[in-house]
Design a protein around this ligand. Structure first.
Ligand SMILES: CC(C)(COP(=O)(O)OP(=O)(O)OC[C@H]1O[C@@H](n2cnc3c(N)ncnc32)[C@H](O)[C@@H]1OP(=O)(O)O)[C@@H](O)C(=O)NCCC(=O)NCCSC(=O)C[C@H](O)C(=O)O
Ligand code: MG
Length: 284
């Protein structure tokens, strides 16, 4: 069985920054979002698109998932981006500000066969999240918490409670559809403690990983979104105890004073699969 793809650390790189695109070949990010949208100024967009095509042609990104964020299809650049990305060697195309499945249909027609990713960053998108996640071409959601805060008109920073409902609508839709869901960026890229706290929060909510804006953030996300030794040991103990209970003809085991049923075993197996995928990555 192929190891599951990891999305603990998903690094944005403006496609206008040649040095950063090269540096990413040696960074420990699980995935890269090559950005043609907000991080690239209008004047730079055509050159950035061409530079990105060349970097992807050269290759060398190894295990890292290569996702290209294009401009919205209603902008001056979106359709040219989509046409160019259709011919690029990448693992996915990320569309910003997706607020309906119709937008996904439009992109799918322009980049046939490419897995699509959706920036979930508008209130309407959150309210339509299930219909978007259920689209057969959609492989994952990326939360855009900066745009979301702007569109909601809510406070930023703190514990993110003003946007929690909106974020959780997206997360629930992703889980219902069985697609990946990656948390928004932490803007204060020199604040390691703040980033770690937000990663812990995102993981507790059920996110698969965090989008990042600077290489210094990668190690923190990789560590927080990896199952810890205690989690792995507990998962192994649960599976062992449950197998033993089944052998006795019972459907419930008890580990550390807590019941363990079939549903807990599904979670335990996922934990071990993720830990195994990380180990395989580290030893490859
Ligand atoms: C934030 C930055 C502008 C900081 O850049 P800089 O001042 O150059 O940082 P450093 O000098 O500390 O860089 C050290 C080295 O690391 C490389 N570097 C920097 N950033 C990246 C990166 N993202 N990927 C790869 N490599 C990177 C530098 O080249 C230096 O290398 P070396 O020459 O070897 O020393 C900058 O980090 C940056 O531009 N970050 C990305 C910003 C971005 O992509 N923003 C858009 C995405 S966020 C978003 O849109 C959110 C969403 O839509 C929402 O709504 O929330
Ligand atoms: Mg955005």
């Amino acid at each position: 069985m192929a190891a599951e793809a990891l999305y603990r650390s998903v690094l944005y790189i403006p496609a206008s920054r040649a040095r950063a695109m090269d540096k990413a070949r040696g960074l420990d990010a699980d995935a890269i979002i090559f950005d043609l949208e907000d991080a690239v100024s209008p004047d730079e967009k055509p050159a950035a698109r061409a530079a990105l095509a060349e970097e992807l042609r050269i290759g060398g990104y190894g295990h890292r998932q290569r996702i290209v964020r294009i401009n919205g299809l209603d902008t001056d650049w979106g359709r040219d981006d989509a046409e160019a990305v259709a011919g690029m060697d990448c693992d996915g195309v990320l569309l910003p500000k997706v607020d309906s499945p119709g937008l996904v249909d439009a992109l799918a027609a322009l980049v046939p066969g490419k897995p699509l990713w959706c920036m979930m960053e508008t209130p309407r998108g959150a309210l339509n999240a299930l219909a978007i996640a259920d689209h057969t071409a959609v492989a994952g959601f990326v939360l855009g918490t900066n745009d979301l805060a702007k569109e909601l008109g809510c406070a930023t920073g703190g514990d993110r409670s003003p946007m929690l409902t909106t974020i959780q609508l997206c997360l629930a839709a992703a889980r219902a559809a069985g697609i990946v869901c990656v948390d928004g960026v932490y803007n204060a890229f020199k604040d390691a403690e703040g980033l770690a706290a937000e990663c812990v929060q995102g993981r507790a909510w059920g996110m698969d990983g965090k989008t990042l804006i600077h290489p210094a953030q990668i190690e923190i996300a990789n560590s927080v979104f990896a199952p810890g030794d205690e989690e792995v040991a507990l998962a192994e103990k649960q599976i062992e105890a449950f197998d033993e209970a089944v052998r006795r003809g019972e459907g419930v085991a008890v580990v550390d004073g807590k019941i363990v049923e079939n549903l807990h075993i599904e979670t335990a197996r996922k934990t071990l699969a993720r830990a195994g995928a990380i180990r395989a990555r580290e030893t490859s």
